[in-house]
Design a protein around this ligand. Structure first.
Ligand code: NAD
Length: 482
């Protein structure tokens, strides 16, 4: 596949000819999946200008009409489910079953936000003025920039662009380098519905080269960013300098706390799903398991036994629990942090060397490490890979303290049958998603999503919460003329 960017309703070859990209399948690096060329800074500016020019026309369409467009986008995407899922799986290594589920999620998100075109968008208030009508309405902001990571190549772009569009904003979509083929194919699918030129633009390119041009553009009125902490803070600074609204969804170091009374088989299944699906490359992935003394031995044994049964294979094969990680650089970064954790006292119980029978690819076997210190690398840093750190706590209160003792606060889970302890945890756990007897990963699109502490900044994403970010409220008063 030769992927192109999409600017002002036209497919364009990226003009940055010095940095052509070839995409090799992370499950088998001998397989070339496609090619693309990054846009240059001038093309990035053209995309912003196109979104700015298209804005008044798009804003002035009815909410209902914009919702109908989203409905058509959903239909078009549903019709290409298998093809899009397969391409994404080959591009970034997510197991095909999971990837198809993600495409379904994308379709559901589009339909949900299509519905927003027919829901209430303001409130009526009693006025102090006789016979006055006092009410609010929501207005779009203007051109918005969405910057996305590679780990949910379909769902994250859609959960940003769908609300942006239905509420009347135009969009510049800066896709992740490792998910560009998928982004371009998605835009081809959406192109079939005939959106007006400039309403939705895609620029594929390196974040460090075109990111500043996009984020510093005064025409951009809001930036929705999902990615790493390091990049996100620069994006926020750029937004503030020209008064654009911003929203950051960043990393996580998500705990699963297992208490003495937990049902161990259930806890093990949900922890492994949370930690190892997508090879641990989810912001909500479980990366720390914290257990109290009465359950530690049984839990450790059960985790080890079950990890040995998990099937790691090329992402496009059937019944794969986990495939490769996305890139050689990602694999190196995980291995380096793991080495640091071992040098701090960590002991490997499973992994990380993958089976020699796998094709050449970026595989790291599911890895379980105990004895790493609280406060050390494995306890504090996001590895973004299939690595679980096992930590001991003397009692439930200390377990929650160890869980909270990190800069992040995205998601957390607790396994117990004790309602009082569950309530205590729900009150004290510092996380945006607080779950009991459920894995830390897994998001429902109709409910608000986001973290606390350094995991997020700005209004929540998804569900009805998205209207807070993508619109501003006006208060209107009308009185009889005499
Ligand atoms: P990243 O920060 O490297 O890149 C994210 C995006 O930012 C990419 O599109 C990249 O090209 C772009 N970018 C890079 N430099 C830029 C710059 N100077 N200006 C503007 N844009 C720039 O992150 P990644 O490696 O793609 O994704 C992994 C990270 O994302 C992890 O930390 C993970 O936890 C996080 N993440 C968070 C959530 C969430 O909802 N909280 C969801 C998924 C991933």
């Amino acid at each position: 596949m030769e992927a192109l960017s999409y600017i002002n309703g036209r497919w364009v070859h990226g003009a940055d000819l010095e940095h052509p990209k070839e995409v090799y399948n992370p499950s088998n690096t001998e397989e070339l999946v496609g090619r693309w060329n990054p846009v240059d800074q001038g093309q990035a500016q053209q995309a912003v200008a196109a979104a700015a020019e298209a804005f008044p026309g798009w804003r002035d369409k009815t909410w209902v009409e914009r919702g109908q467009w989203l409905q058509k986008m959903a239909d078009a995407m549903a019709g290409t489910r298998s093809e899009l899922g397969l391409l994404a799986s080959r591009e970034m290594g997510k197991p095909l079953g999971e990837m198809l589920g993600e495409v379904d999620r994308g379709v559901a998100l589009l339909r949900y936000y299509a519905g927003e075109g027919t829901r209430a968008m303001g409130e009526v208030y009693p006025s102090q003025l006789p016979d006055a009508l006092l009410f609010t309405e929501r207005r779009p902001l203007g051109p918005v920039l969405i910057i996305t990571p590679w780990n949910f190549p379909v769902a994250i772009p859609i959960w940003k662009m769908a609300p942006a569009l239905v509420f009347g904003n135009t969009v510049v979509f800066k896709s992740a380098e490792w998910a560009s083929l998928t982004a371009a194919r998605m835009l081809q699918i959406f192109d079939q519905v005939g959106l007006p030129p400039g309403v939705l633009n895609l620029v594929m390119g390196s974040g460090s080269r075109i990111g500043p041009v996009l984020t510093q553009s005064a025409q951009i009125r809001a930036i929705s960013f999902t990615g790493s902490q390091a990049v996100g803070s620069g994006v926020a600074q750029a937004a503030v300098t020209h008064g654009a609204r911003f929203q950051l969804e960043l990393g996580g170091k998500n705990p699963a706390i297992v208490l003495d009374d937990a049902d161990v088989p259930t806890a093990v299944e949900r922890i492994l799903s949370g930690a190892l699906r997508s090879a641990g490359q989810k912001c909500t992935a479980t990366s720390r398991v914290i257990a109290t003394p009465g359950v530690m031995a049984a839990l450790t044994e059960a985790l080890q036994a079950r990890i040995k049964e998990l099937r790691q294979a090329p992402a496009t094969e059937q019944d794969v629990f986990l495939g490769p990680v996305v890139s050689a650089a990602q694999a190196r970064s995980i291995e380096q942090r793991l080495e640091a954790a071992l040098s701090q006292g960590g002991r490997v119980l499973c992994g990380p060397k993958a089976s020699a029978h796998l094709p050449p690819g970026h595989y790291i076997a599911p890895t379980l490490v105990d004895h790493a210190p609280v406060g050390g690398v494995l306890h504090q840093e996001e590895l973004f890979g299939p690595v679980i750190g096992l930590f001991a706590a003397s009692d439930p209160v200390q377990a929650i303290k160890i869980a909270n003792d990190v800069p992040y606060g995205l998601s957390a889970s607790l396994f117990t049958r004790d309602l009082d302890l569950a309530l205590y945890y729900m009150r004290h756990m510092e996380a945006g998603l607080v779950r009991v007897n459920e894995e830390s990963a897994g998001v429902e699109y109709q409910a608000p999503f986001g973290g606390v502490k350094e995991s997020s900044m700005g209004p929540r994403e998804q569900g009805r919460a998205a209207i807070e970010f993508y619109t501003e409220t006006r208060t209107l008063t009308v009185r009889p003329s005499c």
